[in-house]
Design a protein around this ligand. Structure first.
Ligand SMILES: Cc1cc2nc3c(=O)[nH]c(=O)nc-3n(C[C@H](O)[C@H](O)[C@H](O)COP(=O)(O)OP(=O)(O)OC[C@H]3O[C@@H](n4cnc5c(N)ncnc54)[C@H](O)[C@@H]3O)c2cc1C
Length: 419
């Protein structure tokens, strides 16, 4: 492969675990890669999780290995804070327009944090789903790649403030940096744009957005994370109190014609995993998981079986009909069927976690001919069409190891278009 020009070059859109894997596998086989990520950092949703099932190791362990390979490979050009605006062309010969948004912080940044101390403006921390705040100049999270601060241009007071410029002894802050566009020619394009959480506020009967002690599974990942808003303490959002009972509601909005028809495949395992977060902190807390069917395919069944040994974990087959708050205590009352026990149950708990599903991310660009969306909005590459490909959760909801296998196969297909 030449590695020059469009021949031997692949555009990968999305720098989550799937996009990173496509990039490193194809680059190590000799291709040049342009990796475009809209966030200020790589890692996607995995970087936001506390631990991975089934091994329950921190996600940065696995990510760090991939990021080391990425950093070591001179064939990968990595653009964060960038999006693809337009793609034209045909297999073997695409032209893409990339828009680069300003970070306002250059490579001189040592992440020392002197700028944060003087910044007078706060913003909602999107990385923690708005549970806390950062300054307008911030590091998205510890161990972030690239290890560099970023300024939220939507809230920063710019040159009328300039306190961060004065505080930075490395000349790393440029408040006047402007957006710019760039065109690249590539032989293939891989969409690895991943997923976003289904908006739980859409679900009328489960109280999200109405009762502060009803949270989602994605929020639970941040609550349990040591680098999260509570430094890993799982407490009630309403009052910061410890919890003595918690209910997980499976298929919250999923497999339901009114909301999200598909099964997201990972939510059962995610709740079983999150039950271990609770148990680590609260040996006596009663945990309930209300489910329709538990889906733990293949070897993940062992993970499910191991969780069932927890005597204070009740796994109840029954759909949740309604959640209401007791205004006096802000406890929640969960009303559900109990298929095996017969009848209905009404369970009072301190905290409810909705196991909400996965929906495909916006790709931010007109999807070119050759790619279609399935009935759930996930991207599908048309058969025998070698130039436009899809990897990971942009294609269907799957766990990390399935994403990595899929991305490796996708890299192989993309390579065939780039020789
Ligand atoms: C609550 C929950 C817990 C989970 N826990 C586990 C677990 O313990 N173990 C496990 O194996 N799996 C788990 N998963 C699944 C795991 O999160 C996914 O398998 C994984 O995130 C998929 O990676 P991805 O790269 O395909 O997508 P993502 O992680 O979504 O990454 C996609 C990337 O593309 C970027 N992007 C999106 N659109 C654009 C665009 N237009 N332009 C540029 N960039 C773009 C995004 O910013 C993001 O960085 C969990 C899922 C949920 C919902």
């Amino acid at each position: 492969m030449s590695g020059n020009g469009k021949q031997g070059k692949i555009l990968v859109i999305g720098g989550g675990i799937s996009g990173i894997t496509v990039a490193i596998e194809a680059a190590e086989a000799g291709c040049s890669i342009v990796l475009v990520e809209k966030n200020a950092y790589l890692g996607g949703r995995v970087a936001q999780s506390n631990k991975y099932f089934p091994k329950l190791c921190p996600p940065m362990c696995g990510l760090e290995i991939s990021l080391r390979r990425l950093r070591a490979n001179g064939r990968i050009q990595c653009h964060t804070l960038a999006e693809v605006e337009k793609i034209v062309g045909e297999p073997g010969n695409y032209r893409a327009t990339i828009k680069h948004y300003p970070r306002h912080v250059n490579e001189n940044c040592t992440a020392c944090g002197a700028c944060v101390d003087v910044c007078p403006v706060e913003r909602s921390n999107v990385f923690n789903y708005g549970l806390d705040k950062t300054k307008a100049i911030y590091l998205p999270f510890e161990a972030v790649y690239p290890q560099r601060f970023v300024i939220d241009g939507g809230v920063c007071e710019g040159t009328s403030c300039s306190k961060c410029v004065e505080a930075c002894q490395y000349n790393a802050v440029d408040l006047e940096e402007k957006p710019r566009t760039e065109e690249v020619e590539v032989g293939a394009v891989v969409f690895a744009t991943g997923w976003q959480p289904y908006d739980a506020a859409q679900i009328e009967n489960l109280g999200f957005g109405q009762y502060s002690n009803v949270i989602t599974n994605s929020i639970m990942e941040r609550l349990a994370a040591a680098n999260g808003p509570t430094e890993g303490r799982i407490t009630r959002p309403s009052d910061g109190k410890e919890i003595d009972s918690v209910a997980f509601v499976q298929c919250a909005g999923s497999r339901d014609e009114n909301y999200l028809k598909h099964c997201s495949g990972v939510c059962c395992l995610a709740s079983l995993k999150q039950a271990t977060y609770i148990r680590e902190q609260y040996p006596e807390t009663q945990i309930f998981i209300f489910y329709i069917d538990v889906r733990a395919p293949g070897r993940l069944e062992d993970f499910y079986a191991a969780r069932q040994e927890d005597e204070k974990l009740s796994i109840v087959k029954g759909k949740v009909a309604k959640i209401e708050e007791d205004p006096a205590t802000q406890d929640l009352v969960v009303e559900a069927e109990d298929v095996f026990g017969g009848g209905r149950v009404s369970q009072r708990v301190n905290l409810v976690v909705l196991a909400t599903g996965i929906v495909p991310s916006e790709v931010g660009v007109d999807v070119p001919n050759g790619l279609i969306r399935d009935e759930h909005g996930f991207l599908v590459a048309e058969q025998n069409q070698p130039g436009l490909l899809v990897a990971g959760c942009a294609k269907r909801p799957v766990d990390v190891s399935a994403c990595m296998r899929d991305a490796t196969g996708t890299a192989l297909k993309a390579l065939q278009n780039c020789v």
